[in-house]
Design a protein around this ligand. Structure first.
Ligand code: HEM
Length: 252
């Protein structure tokens, strides 16, 4: 059972993640977008979207640091276990709260605004439910267990198992004794990846990142000096309307 959950499921999800993206690209390039509903409602979106996205960037950076960087590396750099814990919990709580607040606003506007509700698809609802579940589980691990609880050193177990998956030697026993919240969050993370290609999350791979440092839209490029205004073509200037034919006068 351990092998099924901690080895077979992750690889199956990763395979669905890759094959799903290929399928979606070939079947639905016109649907490969954010499906923005900004024109239908912008008040809640203006606050919810930046909070959600900034929180998500922070949480992704935290995951990269916590899961991909081995504890031995931070020890070698002289970072004590206590310092690491303070930084990761503080960063996790701040970015996690931004993500939770942003997500709550995005979900709320789907309920309270009739026009947004009408364009919300079943897949959107599945995605929001999955995001909410992942965020609640993640925050429970960080806040309930690592901030106020007995603590769980995920860098010596969960993170090691996570990295092993990518070099094809996962040891399921590393996850067997993890707290249930972390077990659900970790396996949920892989299920989330399997869901990814079938949702609007595909827009992540075509985000116009160049506009981060060039925040204006170029409608027309200018090569060299602007061309001098051209005179209108001769036939347009000289052609005058043809004279009307004289009306025949009818004599009584
Ligand atoms: C297989 C994939 C994933 C793994 C192994 C994983 C692992 C973890 C771990 C170990 C923590 C605790 C960090 C700490 O206490 O310092 C955590 C927290 C968290 N996770 Fe994940 N996670 C995964 C995917 C996701 C996904 C897909 C989401 C959101 C959609 C997510 C959202 C969060 C949030 C909001 C927190 C709390 C804030 C934080 O500490 O960063 N995680 N995750």
């Amino acid at each position: 059972m351990n092998t099924l959950i901690w080895a077979v499921v992750p690889y199956t999800c990763l395979a669905v993640f890759v094959a799903g993206h290929v399928w979606r690209w070939r079947r639905d390039q016109f649907g490969w977008t954010t499906h923005t509903s900004q024109l239908l409602e912008s008040r809640l979106l203006r606050l919810g979207s930046p909070l959600f996205h900034l929180g998500a960037f922070g949480v992704i950076a935290g995951h990269a640091m916590g899961l991909l960087v081995p504890a031995s590396w931070t020890h070698a750099l002289g970072v004590s276990e206590h310092t690491y814990h303070v930084v990761s919990v503080t960063g996790g709580v701040i970015t996690g709260l931004m993500l939770v607040t942003g997500l709550a606003l995005l979900i709320a506007r789907r309920f309270v605004n009739g026009r947004v509700r009408r364009v919300t698809t079943t897949m959107d609802k599945v995605l929001y439910a999955a995001l909410a579940a992942m965020v609640v589980l993640g925050m429970s691990g960080t806040v309930v267990i690592n901030l106020f609880g007995e603590g769980y050193d995920y860098r010596e177990s969960l993170a090691v198992w996570f990295r092993q998956i990518f070099y094809f030697q996962p040891d399921p026993s590393l996850m067997a004794d993890a707290p249930l919240v972390f077990q659900l969050h970790a396996i949920g993370g892989f299920l989330f990846m399997a869901l990814w290609p079938f949702t609007r999350l595909v827009h992540v791979w075509s985000a116009p990142l160049a506009y981060l440092w060039r925040p204006y839209v170029v409608y027309r490029g200018r090569r060299g000096p602007a061309p001098a205004p051209q005179p209108a073509p001769a036939d347009v200037r000289t052609v005058s309307p043809a004279p009307r034919p004289e009306r025949p006068t009818v004599k009584a």
